[in-house]
Design a protein around this ligand. Sequence first.
Ligand SMILES: [Fe+2]
Length: 321
Amino acid sequence: MTCFIDIKKKLPLLGVGIGLRREIAQDIFANDGKIDWLEFTPENYMGLGGMARERLEHAHSCFPLLSHGINLSIGATDDLNEDYLYSLKVLLDKFEIPWWSDHLCFTSYEGIYMHDLLPLPFSKEAVNHVVKRIKQAQNFIERPFLIENISYYMQMPMSSLTEAQFLSEVLEGADCGLLLDINNVYVNSINHSFDPYKFLDQIPLERTAQIHIAGHKKIDDYVIDTHGAAVSEPVFDLLRYVLQKTTVNAVLLERDQNFPEFEELMNELNAIQMICQANNKNFANLKEKANVSKSNIAKVPEKDFSSINVKGGRDVRALSA
Ligand SMILES: [Fe+2]
């Protein structure tokens, strides 16, 4: 069976991108030669036409796209949502998405979606539960999957593992990739009093195919992951550390609110590009290789899914079995 590390080598090198948000879409489209790729939230486009669909289609005509979901709810006790997965797969196929991602959390309970990324207990039971469901979802979607580490503001009861152990066991058990949110590592390290560099040393960093970096807000003794401020210097330092330790395929500047003048975002994007080129040999060669191309991103690396036992194969209805 092909493991994710081998799949990662075949994934396209996308470069440094930004989130496709309605508020800044026109500015993004006006700067298409300076931004390498875009990330979109699939829930904002599933089954929709009109201006939203037009925006995504225009983005697809100009940029490589990646999908980053929020409602997979991989840690929930509800069955995986068949309709959601079907709609997601249609979108990923249509827009030629080379890999897809969501968060290591739960967002629903008994069919009600809470629009928040809620933490799981760091336990063996939760590892086994999530691993099984990632394999089911990945088997259905048939594209490489990355799971993202979240920011959390309380330790869930019944936790017997550290966050690093929990994340590592999920990644290895499911044999999937990591979307490493470096701002989340920093925020958690402050709020839960651990060394972020030790955390990074304790997880399988080589599984990182994509990175998120973002800004946060300090409130009293806490740090809140807001995506509404400039990236802080300690987060840039952590980015340098990761880039020196492993290759990555894509880095994203996450900005979801409190948008500044677009020039300010472009300056931040340029700073990230320079950090990537100075610290990661993949990125140093990016421009020469001209690796970001439509023909390249349409390829989906082969994966042997035959060992994953999901009744009915491609029938999404089998996911609830
Ligand atoms: Fe993130």
